[in-house]
Design a binder for this molecule. Structure first.
Ligand SMILES: C[S@@+](CC[C@H](N)C(=O)[O-])C[C@H]1O[C@@H](n2cnc3c(N)ncnc32)[C@H](O)[C@@H]1O
Length: 267
């Protein structure tokens, strides 16, 4: 298996900030107009608790969660049953429509080419079907900018550079305005695009490192040996903590883009 394909998602690490991660999910769900007997797909469903929560709150008939990570899906198994199922797969290749709701919380930023992706997702909608997507867009925060800076710096060190192969994670996330245009160009008659800045109160600045270890930094972890990743992480931690104010509690600001659209009810 190529190093970049290693499954480095860790359900326990991800769950450490479960309350903070649930808040935008609930805001996303609030955008959905429930209909009787919906068929729902949750893309990048992770550990599945939120998939189940969506299924129950919407009174859905059938909900399938799709995720690429075997480790996350293993945890999701506990949320299966009663109309909820999970399967492993690449969300960019999702099929099995038509769906009354294509839902995705904090996952599309892992997939390139959002023009093609959203066209595919829109094509899976039943008449009157809805898209509801939340995309993290925090690239300008030091938590993300410093990861890119460290990746560029280690590219000059032969051993780390050999493993990273010049890789620097660049986000595929578009500007909110571009999503507005995209949803329009897909012929979706009802559309909303919203940006929200969340303020996650963490105990201290070092908790930001733990937060991004569970998400952003997995893209570096999967490419590096454990020893090389430990060095990468140490460098990242030192630079980040030298930049962030030493406040306790620490307010971790997090920018997120919400997309909602509905297909015309006429077939
Ligand atoms: C930040 S977690 C979000 C999980 C869940 N939606 C939530 O809100 O808690 C991102 C999830 O996307 C999954 N993921 C990343 N790239 C993917 C892809 N190409 N196809 C399917 N799942 C993917 C990861 O395995 C991970 O479980």
């Amino acid at each position: 298996m190529p190093a970049a394909d290693r499954d480095v998602w860790d359900p326990d690490r991800y769950a450490r900030f479960a309350d903070e991660r649930r808040a935008p999910f609930l805001d996303l769900l609030a955008l959905v107009e429930p209909r009787a007997g919906m068929r729902v797909v949750d893309l990048g469903c992770g550990t599945g608790e939120l998939t189940r929560l969506a299924h129950e709150r919407l009174g859905a008939r059938e909900t399938v969660g799709v995720d690429a990570s075997a480790a996350m899906l293993e945890r999701a198994a506990a949320s299966a049953g009663g109309g909820v199922a999970f399967r492993q797969g690449d969300l960019a290749e999702v099929d099995g429509g038509p769906y009354d709701l294509v839902l995705s919380n904090a996952a599309l930023h892992w997939v390139p080419d959002h023009e093609a992706l959203l066209a595919r997702l829109a094509s899976l909608l039943a008449p009157g079907g809805q898209l509801a997507i939340q995309i993290p867009a925090n690239e300008e925060h030091p938590s993300h900018a410093i990861a890119r800076a460290v990746a560029r710096a280690v590219a000059r060190e032969p051993d780390l550079a050999a493993l990273l192969g010049g890789f620097v994670r660049e986000s595929p996330v578009l500007a909110p305005e571009a999503y507005a245009r995209l949803l329009w160009s897909l012929g979706l008659p009802s559309r909303r695009v919203r940006v929200e800045i969340y303020g996650h109160a963490l105990p201290e600045p070092g908790a930001v490192v733990e937060w991004v270890r569970g998400t952003l930094l997995t893209d570096y972890e999967r490419r590096l040996s454990p020893e090389a990743y430990a060095r990468f992480l140490e460098r990242y931690r030192a630079r980040l903590l030298a930049t962030l104010p030493d406040e306790r509690p620490f307010l971790y600001t997090y920018r997120r883009i919400f997309l909602w659209a509905r297909r015309s009810a006429a077939p």
